[in-house]
Ligand binder design. Sequence first.
Ligand code: ZN
Length: 157
Amino acid sequence: MKCPFCQHVDTQVLDTRISEEGDSIRRRRRCGSCDKRFTTYERIELIMPVVVKKNGNRTEFAPAKMRASLQLALRKRPVSAEAVDAAVHRIEELLLSSGAREVLSGHVGELVMQELMRLDKIAYIRFASVYKSFEDVTEFQDAIAEVGRERKSPPGK
Ligand SMILES: [Zn+2]
C-alpha cells in the first residue's frame, strides 16, 4: 500500500483489527520513508455481474423480471410463491458468489431452467419451449428426455 503523503511504496502494518461485525478489517500503517501514519480498511465487495445478451448488449440483472417469467411458466401449477422466491434467491446467490463481472444471458436462462426442473416439470417444459423457441425439433425432444431422466432418479432429491 502506497503512502498517501509521500507516495513511498514501502509501508508497514502496525496493527490489524477485525470490526465487531466481522465484515471489515482495519489496518494501521506507517510509512517507512516519511514516518506518517494512516489507516486502511478492507471490506468484502459483492457485485452482481452484468448480464450480456446474445446481441452483445449489457443489462442489469433484474430479479423482478426473473420472478415474473418463473411465475408465468408456473401459472396454475401447484408451486407456492415462497418456493419461487427461494428459487430466484438461489440464482442471485449463485451469480453473486461467482465473483464474475459479466454473465451470459444464456447461462442465466440455464439456471432458471435448472430451478424450474426442480420445482415443476410441466413448468420446465413450458419455459424451455418459449426460451429455446425450438429452432430445432430435437430441442423439444431433448427437453422431454431430460424430464424423463429426472423422473427416473431416486426421490428425495
Ligand atoms: Zn510517506
